[in-house]
Design a protein around this ligand. Structure first.
Ligand code: MLC
Length: 517
């Protein structure tokens, strides 16, 4: 029988290929059997503590084996996991913990300090487990839960195919993030479809430097590895020199990245001929648009044509350029197995986020086994995310060519994608507007050679009030928001360009800022 939840897949792989290496990290290696034993022990502790199916467990820590053990152990007990971006500050973390009604938070020393401040405002939070993050140092990480030693035997797996596995928070157009609900069935269907498309086999070895708190690293990278019984080397973070060295000398056959990573790898290689990464059979890019120039430079320098693909937290992976067929620059390819895709007029309410879809622009809408059933605890947003006939509105605008390849041509919502992280202007605008001395503010994305887009703010100062300068705005944003959301460009302007209805003309503002900053 096909294993029908992520922990069932792990148990199945560990039983059939116990000695195969699942995970390497800073000199330590975990076979499928040893990793499953760690997960079983953690699941026993969680169950002993009283974690119940349906409970929510948040993970707020960096890329380590402990992250993945905690993840699978929580799933093993039938809980749903809420991954939190480690760059989030107190307010962003607190919102997720409260909104999801998280009972248990697993974090590291740094995260614990930030989480402490949210504890009193999160009544659902029963416990915080702090892992040191150092490999080998987490010998009894779950002891803090006070689970009885009698519960050391792994419990039965409580995860179910249709049970909730992940609540993936995505920045919302309203400024508050929403939790996209994904079941084991959603995640497995996608990992299998992606694996078929990319010919993923047990002998494959992925170099994974993407953060595990996003669907790209977790859903594509880790789930794909697990489902195919393959191996991965995990890095704590992306470092271009370390990645290049690992790709040149290591066992990796696969590498997945955001465009910023490819740009940095090229800079690191400095155009050097002879740095051809011949052992890697597939480079994939996603999470942000890949510039054709980057694609072509990677091909020239590393001898590899990147496969560009498209997805989002709510749907997991949707389309990709073919493994064997032509990989067309500027397109995100064709739908993965099981994904149905259509283009629909964006004027039917899809652009209600206030973007600049324009009449006649076509919104990408999808259906399929990996698509979310909606947002946690938010029936209104869930209803708005689907058309009346049940298609999920991606909020992206696109066109299809004669071969059925999708090109993304814009966004119906005002999203900025900076280095693969999503930033909604409204959240940054609210933060800046709360600063005394600011009369109004508009935030837009400007082109950036490293990040693809960078956050930029145009600020109108109040006539009276305390003085506000650039450093003050940035410091204020960084106190309230993850640092990647703080504007990197700030212009103090006399007024914001508006249309007759009073709506800020973001295109015009962007153009003005491009010429003046
Ligand atoms: C880091 N910084 C950023 C940033 N990342 N600023 C803007 N945008 C970003 N994306 C800032 C930090 O605040 C810090 O500023 C400085 O850069 C150095 O921080 P760092 O932590 O050392 O950064 P670095 O490791 O260089 O990070 C760059 C990066 C990272 C590209 C590796 O951004 C990253 O991992 N991006 C991938 C995101 C991802 O996985 N997205 C998938 C979403 S899922 P200061 O001033 O404090 O020094 C999705 C669906 C799909 O979208 O289809 O995949």
């Amino acid at each position: 029988m096909t294993p029908d939840s992520l922990p069932h897949v792990l148990a199945d792989r560990a039983a059939r290929h116990p000695g195969r290496t699942l995970l390497s990290f800073e000199g330590s290696a975990f076979s499928y059997a040893s990793f499953a034993a760690h997960v079983g022990e953690a699941a026993a502790a969680l169950r002993g503590w009283g974690l119940r199916p349906g409970d929510r467990v948040a993970l707020y820590l960096g890329n380590t084996p402990s992250y993945l053990v905690a993840y699978l152990a929580a799933l093993w007990c039938g809980a749903a996991v809420v991954p939190a971006n480690t760059r989030y500050r107190e307010a962003e973390l607190g919102h997720m913990l409260r909104d999801a009604g998280v009972r248990l938070l697993v974090t590291d020393d740094e995260g614990a300090a930030i989480a402490a401040a949210t504890r009193t405002s999160t009544p659902s939070l029963d416990a915080v487990v702090t892992l040191s993050g150092a490999p080998g140092a987490d010998r009894r990480p779950w002891a803090a839960l006070g689970a009885s030693r009698a519960t050391h035997r792994p419990p039965d797996i409580a995860a179910r195919h249709d049970g909730l596995a992940l609540i993936a928070y995505t920045s919302g157009t309203t400024g508050r993030s929403k939790g996209a609900m994904l079941t084991h069935g959603n995640l497995l269907a996608n990992a299998r479809a992606v694996g078929r498309a990319w010919h993923w086999v047990t002998d494959d070895h992925l170099l994974l430097t993407l953060p595990l708190f996003h669907i790209h690293g977790l859903g594509v990278g880790f789930h794909g590895t697990l489902v195919h019984g393959a191996s991965l080397t995990l890095h704590r973070r992306f470092d271009a020199a370390a990645v290049l060295a690992a790709l040149e000398g290591g066992p990796a056959t696969l590498f997945f990245g955001v465009p910023t990573m490819y740009g940095r790898l090229l800079n690191e290689a400095d155009g050097g001929a002879g740095r051809r990464l011949a052992d890697v059979r597939l480079f994939v890019s996603g999470s942000a648009p890949l510039a054709t120039e980057t694609l072509e430079r990677v091909e020239r320098v590393f001898g590899q044509r990147i496969l560009e693909r498209y997805g989002m937290s709510e749907t997991v992976m949707l389309t990709g350029n073919p493994y064997a067929g032509p990989r067309k620059a500027g397109t995100v390819g064709v739908p993965f197995d099981g994904v149905e895709l259509r283009l629909a007029p964006a004027t039917s309410g899809a652009g209600s986020g206030g973007g600049e879809a324009g009449d006649g622009a076509a919104e990408v809408q999808v259906r399929g086994p990996s698509v979310t059933r909606g947002y946690w605890n938010d029936p209104e947003a869930s209803a708005a995310a689907f058309t009346p006939d049940g298609w999920f509105r991606t909020g992206d605008l696109g066109v299809l060519d004669a071969d059925g390849y999708l090109t993304l041509s814009g966004r119906a919502r005002e999203l900025i994608i900076s280095g693969g992280f999503n930033v909604y202007p409204r959240e940054v605008e609210e933060a800046i507007a709360s600063l005394p001395g600011v009369r109004e503010v508009a935030v837009v994305g400007l082109p950036d050679p490293d990040l693809g887009e960078r956050v930029a703010a145009a600020i109108v100062l109040a006539r009276e009030g305390p003085g506000v300068d650039e450093a003050g705005v940035i410091a204020h944003c960084r106190r309230r928001l993850a640092a990647f959301k703080a504007p990197r460009t700030i212009a103090f302007v006399v007024e914001l360009p508006r249309n007759a209805m009073g709506k800020v003309l973001r295109h015009e503002l962007r153009d003005r800022m491009l010429t003046t900053t």
